[in-house]
Design a protein around this ligand. Structure first.
Ligand SMILES: N[C@@H](CCC(=O)N[C@@H](CS)C(=O)NCC(=O)O)C(=O)O
Length: 227
């Protein structure tokens, strides 16, 4: 029997898929423990004992250490497994720009995307939900425009000709909007997404993401999305 190194908590409709992509790129063995966020399993006492913030993904290392926050998990995996194809090492000149890109996506773009997906959480009155969604999209597109400018100058990737975890993270978020035709003003971002989606080890995961999007849309139409 294959020995599982890592336990990843995540699954359907979650960015745990982004961690899975890193695992696949790095050929790292893991087992996935499905947390159904539609059924609120991420708020169960059992899951809160793993990540008190009640968010997925969370990951337990083979040494039994619990990690959470997607970019932290991904950077941990990259560094722990020496995945230099995914990130410049500390002594490389690209390291600084790489960190800026990754943290911009995690700290600045991500909150706008979260509001876009869960706008109902950010309003006092239900009827303001569509306006919140629209405003979140505007904020997200403002951040994509910043990346667009960089890729237009140095692309096709965030670090020029060198693919990295920054492009993977960018593509995960961008393809959500791209599929709705909302990234037409960002051709360099779309080109980067296209290149990342073509990576042989990632194709199946991007297809899964597409499937989830359709499923989640149907759920939302029935008023059954994440509360
Ligand atoms: N900053 C965290 C946020 C994690 C997060 O919001 N995950 C979503 C799934 S993609 C989640 O747990 N949603 C359920 C909720 O917010 O109730 C990270 O990047 O890992």
């Amino acid at each position: 029997m294959r020995k599982h190194l890592y336990t990843l908590y995540g699954g359907r409709y979650t960015r745990a898929l982004l961690v899975e992509m890193v695992m696949l790129e790095g050929e790292i063995d893991y087992q996935l423990r499905e947390v159904d966020i539609v059924q609120q399993e991420h708020r169960s006492a059992e899951f809160l004992s793993i990540n008190p913030a009640g968010h997925v993904p969370a990951m337990i290392t083979p040494e039994g250490v619990t990690l959470y926050e997607t970019p932290a998990i991904n950077l941990y995996l990259v560094e722990h497994h020496g995945l230099t194809d995914l990130a410049p090492t500390v002594d490389e000149p690209d390291r600084g720009p790489f960190l800026s890109g990754l943290f911009f996506l995690a700290g600045d773009l991500e909150p706008a995307m979260k509001r876009y997906f869960y706008p109902h959480r950010y309003v006092l009155r239900d009827e303001d939900t569509p306006i919140m969604k629209e405003e979140s999209l505007r904020a997200a597109l403002e951040r994509f425009a910043v990346i667009e400018e960089r890729l237009g100058k140095v692309g096709p990737y965030y670090l020029g000709t060198r693919f990295s975890l920054a492009d993977l993270t960018l593509s995960f978020w961008a393809c959500n909007l791209e599929s709705e035709g909302l990234l037409n003003a960002c051709p360099a971002v779309r080109n980067c997404v296209m290149l990342v989606k073509q990576r042989p080890k990632l194709r199946s995961k991007f297809s899964e993401l597409e499937l989830w999007r359709e499923e989640y849309r149907a759920l939302q139409a029935r008023g059954e999305g994440v509360r």
